[in-house]
Design a protein around this ligand. Sequence first.
Ligand SMILES: [Fe+2]
Ligand SMILES: [Fe+2]
Length: 219
Amino acid sequence: MIPWRERCEEALGAQTRADAIRFWGASRGSRPIFDYRFEHTLAVVKIAKWLAPLAGADPETVECAAWLHDCRKVLNDPRARDHHAQEASDAVAGILADTDFPPGKIPAVRHAIEHHVGLKLTRRLEPVETACLWDADKLSKLGAASLVHYNCISGAFDAVETSGILARGQHWLGLAQGIAGSMNTEAGRAEALRRLAFLEAYYEQLRREWSDPMEPSTP
Ligand SMILES: [Fe+2]
Ligand SMILES: [Fe+2]
C-alpha cells in the first residue's frame, strides 16, 4: 500500500511540471520556470488542513480533495473553466488505487472537486467537506502567497510592467470582495477578510509608490 499523500503529490507534480514546461519552458536543469499549479495546490492543501478541523469537516477528505482538485487543469486552456473539475473528479479513483486512502471517502472527495469552481456562490455549499474545499481554493487567491504566485506567473502570459500589475490588481480587488462574501464557513470568512485587508493595503501602497511623482503618505 502506497501512502495516499505521497501518491497525490507525485501524480500532481508529474502533471503540473510537464504542463508548466510545455507552456513556458524550463529554467536551468529540467525544472519549470514556475510550476504555478503545484504551488497553488500546496497553498490550497495548507489552508485545507487548517480549515477542516475548524469547520468540523473530515480532514482526510478535504486534504485529499485539495491535492487533486486541479490535477487535470492545464495552463491557458479555454475549456478549463467548464471541464477540469469533472475531469479531475474522474481521475480520483485511479490515482488513489493501491494507496491507503479509505475507499469509502472517495465519493465525498469527488463531490468536493466537482463543486470547487467559480468565484462567487449564490448559496452555501454542502456537505461541509465540499464547502471547505471551495473556501480553501478561493482563500489561496487572496493574501501574500497569492501575490507571489500571481506575480511569478504573469510573465508567462504577457510582458510584465509594474503599472499592468497594479491595474490588474485593482481590478482583482473587486472580484476578491465577491469571494470574501461567498465564503461557506465562518473561519473561512474571517480569514478572507484578513487577507482582503492585506491585499487592499498592498495595492494602495503600490498605487502610492507608482504615482508620478510618488504620492506623499497620509499621516
Ligand atoms: Fe480549479
Ligand atoms: Fe484551484
